[in-house]
Ligand binder design. Structure first.
Ligand SMILES: [Zn+2]
Length: 307
């Protein structure tokens, strides 16, 4: 896949907290066990989820007051990103292009297809080492996540550098990060639609949490179709040459390592250990449903018998 080189980028909603070193340490923090392409990722996932759960619970009731946007410095990491050409040459600028495209897509689509009004995510915030969020302290290596409390998508970019690239090797996997960001953006849309409040059951393949995750994949597919087919005035699409293999690789990789933790507090806290995203096959299927049908209604994973 590649970006339309003429696309103009807007870095207004991008932030970078830099490297705190507070949690991850010089060695890059807790390694996710090897063998990610096989079953080993599951072990890593469980360990990571457990650590997150512990750090969340240890944070106690600080989530509502523990996040202070003003103390979050921005390193200026995205200032040089101007065009789609930059996005083709630079992973940071590719992130900007994807965010811009998601913003454009959902600012049109959400009001058109629902009674909810669109407000953008507050920010896509990149970090490494560790970061304080509206959902508590996040450590490095937790993977990308959306925090509904502050409506920020947090991306530890070493996740993509160290884990996904090593797993996939080489230039393949270009769609991994766009897919993950689109999935997290799907959680933001769910937050705006009030869908997150529907989640009552956490365990098992038919649980509400799985339905929530598969719906986020479906929403990612909705966006991907638009990004790959909507032409600008010059007849260019934002994302060209996206193949079925790109999609399959991205979803496989995200499934293998676990792509996000929704750090949501409800009542006594979410039992994150038992959360699951559904199988890779299910995720591809729902991504394709969103891609092919393009409607929020088609993505109703909560409908009886849908999941
Ligand atoms: Zn998710």
């Amino acid at each position: 896949m590649r970006f339309n080189p003429k696309a103009r980028l807007n870095t207004r909603r991008m932030g970078d907290a830099g490297r705190s070193g507070a949690a991850g340490g010089g060695g890059g923090g807790m390694p996710i066990p090897g063998g990610l392409a096989a079953g080993g990722g599951v072990t890593g996932l469980i360990i990571v989820v457990a650590i997150i759960a512990i750090s969340m619970w240890a944070g106690g009731g600080s989530s509502s007051s523990g996040y202070d946007d003003s103390r979050m410095s921005d390193t200026g990491r995205y200032e040089h990103c101007k065009t789609g050409e930059d996005a083709n040459n630079d992973a940071d600028c590719a992130r900007v292009a994807v965010e811009n495209s998601l913003y454009d897509y959902w600012s049109d689509t959400l009001p058109a297809q629902s009674s909810a009004s669109f407000t953008p995510e507050k920010k896509v915030e990149t970090f490494s080492g560790g970061i304080g969020t509206g959902c508590g302290q996040a450590t490095s290596d937790v993977g990308p996540f959306y925090c509904p409390n502050d409506q920020v998508i947090y991306l530890d970019t070493t996740f993509f550098d160290d884990v996904l690239e090593k797993q996939l090797g080489g230039p393949s996997g270009a769609f991994v990060e766009p897919y993950v960001i689109a999935h997290e953006y799907g959680h933001h849309i769910q937050n705006l639609l009030g869908t997150m409040a529907k989640v009552k059951t956490q365990q098992g393949p038919h649980s509400d949490s799985v339905k929530l995750e598969l719906q986020a994949d479906c929403y990612a597919g909705m966006w991907a179709h638009s990004a790959t087919t909507t032409q600008d005035e010059d007849g260019n699409v934002l994302i060209a040459d996206l193949t079925q293999q790109d999609i399959q690789e991205a979803i496989d990789a995200a499934t293998a390592v676990g792509d996000d933790r929704i750090q949501q507090r409800s009542g006594g806290g979410v039992d994150s250990d038992s959360w699951t995203h559904g199988s890779s096959q299910e995720r591809v299927q729902w991504f394709r449903t969103g891609y092919d049908q393009g409607t929020l209604q088609a993505c109703d994973t909560f409908a009886p018998g849908a999941v």
